[in-house]
Design a protein around this ligand. Structure first.
Ligand code: B12
Length: 631
C-alpha cells in the first residue's frame, strides 16, 4: 500500500470513528515504514480535523467528535512509541484542565484531542482543577504551555489567578498561557495577561503552536526565572488586593432596608400570579412579567449558605419567598442544582458556597445504577418538601412557584459523566438506554410526587441535551426525547399541568420540543453565534410565540458587575428589551406572552442590587411602556 493510501485510510478510520480500522492502519503504517509522526499528523489528525470542521458547520454533533477522538487515540497508542525523539528530548508538554469550580469537560477533552493530534504531550489534570495544581504540574513537567478551559463566567476569575501565580513564581514567560471556553473573549484573555484564546479546538491548537514556536529555547533556565520575577514584581504590586467581601449579603441588606420605601410605590395593578397567568394566555397585563433566575442568590436575604439552600427544605422555601418578594419577581424558578437525582443514585456532589454544586465522583458502571426509593433523607424528597413549603408560603404574597429538576438525560450524564455517556451512545447505545430507563423511572416518580404532594404552580424539567451543539434532533429523539414524548408529556396531561422546559442553553430543535406540547420554554441567548448561537426573541415570538411563552435572553453575567455605570446600563437595556419585546408581540398580533428572564441562573456569588435594578425597572417603567406600545 502506498504511503498516501495509508494516510488516507487512517484519516477515514477517524472520520468513521472506527477504532479497529485505526489500529489496523496504524500497524500497517509501521509495517510499511511510514514515519510514525507523519502517520499521526497527516493521517489520524487530518481525520480529526475533518470531523471538527463538520462539527463547526453543524454537520456533525458531539458524539461523533468523541467517537473520532477515540479512534484517533487507538491509532496513536500504536504509533506513539515509534515516534522519533528529537534532540530537545521529545514532545513538548502542555498542561490542560478545566479550572476550579467548573466541571464542564466536553470542550476541554476536544481541545486535548487536537493538542495531542498536533504532536504535543497533553497532561490532563481533569476538571475542577485547584489553581495551584496548574502551576505545580507546569513546573514539574517544564511545560511549554498551560491550556485552561472554563464554560462558566463564575470561574473565569480563576484563570487570572493562575497567571498571577505564574508571574509570582517567575515562570510566566517560560510558557504559553492559553485560555478558552464559551465565555472567553480575546479581550478577556488579554486583560488577564494570557497569551491567546480561540473559539474552537482547531483554532486552539493553531494559536498554541504559533505561540510555542516563539518561546525562547532557554525559557525555563534559572536566570530567565529570576529576570521574570523582577519584571512582574511591579505589576503585581499595583494589583488590587481587595479583601474578599460578601457582596451578595451587603447588597441584600441594602435592598431589605430600602424595600418598604421603594417597592410598594410601584404602580402595579395585578398580583404576581395574576400577571403571570394572564401573560401565559396572552391576555392584557399591567406590564410584562419579569423573572430572572435568581435561585441561589435569593439565599442572601435569608441569609443561609448555598448548601443549606440546596439541601434543607425550610431554607429553600425561605429563600424562594424572600427572593420573590425582595427582587419583586413574578415567578420563582426553583433551581437548586442539577445533581439531585445523581446524588440519590450515589454520585458524589461538591457543594461550594460560591458556585453552583457539581457532580464530581461518577459511578463506575451503568450496572451499578439502582433506582432508589424516594423517601426521607433523599435529595428528591427534600426538594419535593421544599417546593411544597415554598408553594404554601408564596400564596401569602400571591406569587407562583415553578419547581425544577433535571430531566432523565441530564441525570444520567451527571451520574456517569457526560463525555462517557455521549461516546457510549455511539458505541454501546443499549447500556445508555438501560441507564436512561432507570433515571426516567426515578424522574417520573419525582414528577408525580411533585404534582401530588408539593403542588407547585408549575413543574419544569431541564433538558439541556436538546441544545444546538451536543445532539442532533435524531440522536436526541432516540434518547431523552422519546421519554419526554411518551412518558413525561402524558404525565403533565394527566395532572393537567402545562409542560415547562428549561434548556439551560439555546432554543433549538423546536419542531421536536413542540411535539410535547411545551407551553413555557426558558432559554439562554448567545449573541454573535457563540457556540452556534441561538435565536432571539424576535425570531422565537414570530415563529412560535403563539404556541409557547418564552422566557430568557438576558445574560446572567450582566448582573455580576454592580458599578454605577453597569447599573445604568442594566436600566437602559431593560427598557430597550421591553420595548423590543412589546413591539414584536404587537407586530405578531399578540400582547403579553413573554417573560423578561435570564434563562440561566445568575451566579450565586453575585451582587443583588443589579438584579433589583432590572426587576424594579420593569415594575417602574413597564406599565407606561405597555400602555404606549400595546395600548
Ligand atoms: C453540557 C452542559 C452542561 C453539562 C456538562 C457536562 C460535562 N461533563 O461537560 C452539565 C449538565 C453537567 C452542566 C452543568 C452545569 N452547567 Co452547563 N452547560 C452545558 C452546555 C449546554 C454545553 C457545553 C458544552 O459541552 N458545549 C460543547 C463543547 C464542545 O463546547 P465548549 O465547551 O464551548 O468547547 C469548545 C470551545 O469553547 C473551545 N474551548 C474549550 N476549552 C478551551 C480551552 C482553550 C485554551 C481554547 C483556546 C479553546 C477552548 O473549544 C471547544 C471545542 O470546540 C452549555 C451551553 C453552551 N451552549 O455552551 C451550558 C453552560 C456552560 N452551563 C451553564 C451552567 C450555569 C451550568 C450549571 C451551573 C447549572 C446548574 N445551575 O447547576 C452546572 C455547572 C456545575 C459546575 N459547577 O460546573 C451555563 C454557564 C453560564 C454562566 N453563567 O457562566 C451555560 C453556558 C448554559 C447557560 N444557560 O448559559 N452543564
Amino acid at each position: 500500500m502506498a504511503t498516501e493510501e495509508i494516510l488516507n485510510a487512517l484519516a477515514n478510520a477517524v472520520v468513521e470513528g472506527d477504532d479497529d480500522l485505526a489500529e489496523e492502519f496504524a500497524q500497517k503504517a509501521l509495517d510499511e515504514g511510514v514515519d510514525a509522526y507523519e502517520a499521526i499528523v497527516d493521517g489520524l489528525a487530518k481525520g480529526m480535523n475533518i470531523v471538527s470542521d463538520q462539527y463547526e458547520k453543524g454537520e456533525a454533533f458531539v458524539p461523533s467528535l468523541l467517537l473520532a477522538a477515540d479512534a484517533m487515540y487507538a491509532g496513536m497508542e500504536i504509533l506513539t512509541p515509534y515516534m522519533k525523539v528529537d534532540a530537545s528530548g521529545g514532545p513538548q508538554n502542555v498542561i490542560i484542565g478545566t479550572v476550579e469550580g467548573d466541571v464542564h469537560d466536553i470542550g476541554k477533552n476536544l481541545v486535548k484531542t487536537m493538542i495531542t493530534a498536533a504532536g504535543y504531550n497533553a497532561i490532563d489534570l481533569g476538571v475542577d482543577v485547584p489553581l495551584g495544581k496548574f502551576i505545580e504540574a507546569a513546573k514539574e513537567n517544564k511545560a511549554a504551555a498551560i491550556s485552561m478551559s472554563t464554560l462558566m463566567t463564575t470561574t473565569m476569575g480563576g484563570m487570572e489567578k493562575v497567571v498571577e501565580q505564574l508571574q509570582e513564581e517567575g515562570i510566566r514567560d517560560s510558557l504559553v498561557v492559553m485560555v478558552g471556553g464559551a465565555p472567553i473573549s480575546r479581550e478577556f484573555a488579554e486583560s488577564i495577561g494570557a497569551d491567546g484564546t480561540a473559539r474552537d479546538a482547531s483554532g486552539a491548537v493553531e494559536t498554541l503552536s504559533s505561540l510555542i514556536s516563539s518561546l525562547p529555547a532557554d525559557a525555563w533556565n534559572d536566570s530567565a526565572v529570576v529576570a521574570s520575577k523582577m519584571k512582574y514584581k511591579e505589576i503585581l504590586a499595583k494589583k488590587d488586593t481587595k479583601e474578599e467581601i460578601d457582596i451578595g449579603l451587603i447588597t441584600a441588606e441594602k435592598i431589605l432596608a430600602e424595600y418598604d420605601s421603594v417597592v410598594p410605590k410601584f404602580n402595579e395593578t395585578m398580583t404576581k400570579k395574576e400577571r403571570f397567568v394572564a401573560a401565559f394566555q396572552d391576555k392584557k397585563v399591567d406590564r410584562l412579567p419579569v423573572a430572572p433566575l435568581i435561585c441561589g442568590l435569593s439565599r442572601k436575604f435569608v441569609p443561609c449558605t448555598y448548601a443549606d439552600y440546596s439541601t434543607k427544605a425550610e431554607k429553600y422555601a425561605a429563600s424562594v419567598v424572600a427572593g420573590t418578594k425582595y427582587f419583586n419577581i413574578d415567578n420563582f424558578v426553583g433551581l437548586t442544582d442539577l445533581c439531585v437525582v445523581a446524588s440519590d443514585f450515589g454520585t458524589t456532589i461538591r457543594i461550594p458556597e460560591e458556585d453552583t454544586p457539581a457532580a464530581t465522583g461518577h459511578l463506575e458502571d451503568y450496572e451499578a445504577m439502582e433506582v432508589p426509593e424516594i423517601k426521607e433523607g433523599t435529595r428528591a424528597y427534600n426538594l419535593i418538601q421544599g417546593n411544597k413549603l415554598a408553594t404554601e408560603k408564596s400564596k401569602e404574597i400571591d406569587a407562583p412557584v415553578t419547581a425544577l429538576f433535571e430531566g432523565p438525560m441530564v441525570a444520567l450524564t451527571q451520574i456517569m459523566g457526560a463525555t462517557r455517556v455521549l461516546s457510549d451512545l455511539k458505541t454501546n447505545p443499549e447500556v445508555v438506554l438501560k441507564g436512561l430507563e432507570k433515571t426516567t423511572e426515578y424522574c417520573k416518580e419525582m414528577a408525580k410526587m411533585m404534582f401530588e404532594e408539593a403542588q407547585p404552580d408549575n413543574l419544569c424539567l431541564v433538558t439541556l441535551w436538546t441544545n444546538n451543539v451536543i445532539l442532533s434532533a435524531d440522536e436526541y429523539m432516540k434518547t431523552e426525547g422519546k421519554a419526554m414524548q411518551n412518558i413525561f408529556a402524558p404525565l403533565y396531561k394527566e395532572y393537567n399541568k402545562p409542560m415547562v422546559i428549561h434548556s439551560c442553553a439555546d432554543a433549538p430543535h423546536w419542531d421536536l420540543i413542540k411535539k410535547w406540547d411545551t407551553k413555557y420554554y426558558s432559554y439562554t441567548f448567545y449573541p454573535e453565534q457563540v457556540n452556534k448561537g441561538s435565536k432571539d426573541h424576535r425570531y422565537l415570538i414570530e415563529n412560535y410565540g403563539k404556541d409557547v411563552m418564552f422566557g430568557g435572553e438576558v445574560s446572567p453575567v450582566t448582573f455580576m458587575d454592580n458599578s454605577p455605570e453597569n447599573i445604568e446600563k442594566i436600566r437602559n437595556d431593560t427598557i430597550a428589551l421591553q420595548e423590543s419585546v412589546l413591539n414584536t408581540l404587537k407586530e405578531n398580533g399578540m400582547q403579553s406572552k413573554y417573560v423578561i428572564s435570564t434563562g440561566c441562573e445568575v451566579p450565586p456569588r453575585g451582587p443583588c442590587d443589579t438584579v433589583a435594578t432590572q426587576t424594579y425597572t420593569v415594575a417602574q417603567k413597564g406599565p407606561e411602556l405597555f400602555k404606549k406600545i400595546i395600548g
